[in-house]
Design a protein around this ligand. Structure first.
Ligand code: NAD
Length: 469
């Protein structure tokens, strides 16, 4: 079903959602047609004036209730996430909690949408600046965090006074539908949140972006699609924020605490089977510790258990679909053919979506696996001769989402953090995502920030009022 104007709307055309582990069909979901997308946009536009006029604390109270409802439903939501996304149940539980933190955070922020007054140079004049919601927004989300990628946008949009039409990824619409159900239950007014599942992201995306009533597009997904969206938004000078792909370096310096670096590496690389935008893509090991760290990484990777996400003790679930397996086959095959050395694992054989972790050494900068976002459980290793070499290698990418490094030297920590070209830096930290901090990238990794007080900026416009008195 689609959720439009506070009602569940169905139609004959449907698409199947499959369990990534075995390909079994787990649901058949309404494939929203153009008329439904238009109806959702109209509903969001109609609901906007009343929603923006509601006092911020009232909007926040609803968001707070939504967070509480999400957490109360944790077992069901986590199980649903493991089924449609494949991630281990412990990670699905963590995602539900993480997703709820955005609703709770923005529930608070809705009370703090401050403006300012500015002293004027003219006597008898006052300059006031207020922040206003941009209007109905299109929220387009990926499959790798079906809840969190939606609530990170939804929380900020609703807190700011915007209404939304959300379009989840075709692989994982069930989590988004569950959030729409909860919105309905806690009494989010009709039209404020609309959800249009679709089998064809490009068709529905174009319909949303092409609408004059949609005043902002917030997109999380691949850089290639982000570029298309940015171009499309130019026609109507629409506001657009883009959370795109990464190619994160993970640097281990000679002075690092190797135990901490190893713990961080496992989280940064293998969470969600490497299918996170902040996944460590490229390990850069300073020469003095390169051999020791490599041995320890291979031993730790060998102990990881792969399998069905709902089975006890599984660390890595399947990758999302056959296209993801084919991409890994191509990237790993190409690297091995060009001389990279397999220290652990083997190129996927294409018969299963469960891909055992792979460690590749001797990777060179001309290999696709070094230049492209891997989005799978493959660690690629290179050595660096010194700090300058490590920084040059880390920045040798079009992406700029996050960079990680491990060092115990305080001066180096500050120096290197400043020189890394990324929107986020983890120092002795393999997991940077949190509702309190501004999440986002530079270069080809996007524009705009989600989470933190800055997360409201993308959903508000400044209005300056000059007043004579
Ligand atoms: P994707 O770009 O294929 O799809 C993302 C969404 O866009 C889906 O809902 C899809 O249906 C829709 N879409 C596809 N074509 C479209 C078009 N032409 N117009 C409008 N919408 C369209 O990405 P994906 O495979 O779902 O997700 C993986 C990517 O997302 C990775 O590159 C990952 O790094 C990135 N990602 C980034 C962040 C971040 O915060 N920076 C977070 C999670 C994922």
């Amino acid at each position: 079903m689609a959720y439009i104007d506070g009602r569940w709307v169905d139609q004959a055309r449907r698409f199947e959602v499959r369990d990534p582990f075995d390909g079994a069909v787990i649901a058949s979901v309404t494939d929203s047609d153009d008329a439904m997308v238009d109806a959702a946009i109209d509903a969001a536009a109609r609901a906007f004036p009343a929603w923006r006029s509601r006092p911020g604390p009232e909007r926040g109270a609803l968001l707070g209730q939504l967070a509480v409802r999400m957490l109360a439903d944790e077992p069901r939501l986590a199980e649903l996430c493991t089924r449609e996304n494949g991630k281990p149940i412990a990670e699905a539980i963590a995602e539900v909690r993480y997703a709820a933190t955005f609703l709770a955070w923005f529930a608070g922020e809705s009370e703090r949408i401050y403006g300012e007054t500015i002293p004027s140079s003219h006597p008898g004049q006052r300059i006031t600046v207020v922040r206003e919601p941009v209007g109905p927004c299109a929220l387009i989300t990926p499959w790798n965090f079906p809840y969190a990628m939606l609530t990170r946008k939804l929380g900020a949009a609703l807190a700011a006074g915007c209404t939304v039409v959300a379009k989840p990824a075709a692989q994982t619409p069930l989590g988004a539908l569950a959030i729409a159900e909860l919105c309905h239950e806690v009494g989010v007014p009709p039209g404020v949140v609309n959800l249009v599942p679709s089998a064809d992201g490009a068709r529905t995306g174009d319909r949303l972006i092409g609408s004059r009533q949609i005043r902002k597009v917030s997109f999380t997904g691949s850089t290639a699609v982000g570029q298309l969206i940015l171009r499309s938004c130019a026609d109507d000078i629409k506001r657009v924020s883009l959370e795109l792909g990464g190619n994160a370096p993970f640097v281990v310096f000679g002075d690092a605490d190797l135990d901490a670096a190893l713990r961080g590496a496992l989280v940064a690389k293998f969470r969600n089977s490497g299918q996170t935008c902040v996944a460590a893509n490229r390990f850069i090991l300073e020469a003095p510790i390169a051999e020791t760290f490599t041995h320890r990484l291979v031993a730790a990777v060998a102990a990881l258990k792969v399998g069905r996400g709902s089975d006890a003790g599984v660390n890595l679930g399947p990758v999302i679909d056959d296209a993801a397996v084919a991409k890994l086959q191509k990237l790993v095959g190409d690297a091995v053919q060009r001389g990279a050395k397999l220290l652990h694992g083997a190129p996927p054989d294409g018969r299963s979506r469960v891909v055992a972790p792979i460690v590749l050494a001797g990777v060179t900068r001309d290999m696709a696996i070094w230049r492209e976002e891997i989005f799978g459980p493959v660690a690629t290793l290179r050595t660096a001769s010194d700090e300058a070499d490590a920084i040059a290698q880390a920045n040798d990418t079009d992406a700029g989402l996050v960079a990680y490094f491990y060092s115990r030297d305080g001066a180096r920590q500050n120096r290197v953090a400043e020189l890394l070209e990324a929107g986020m830096v983890g120092i002795n930290e393999g997991l940077v995502s949190t509702a309190q901090a501004p999440f986002g990238g530079i270069k080809h990794s996007g524009q705009g920030r989600e989470g933190s007080r800055h997360g409201l900026d993308d959903y508000t416009s400044l209005k300056y009022i000059a007043q004579r008195f």
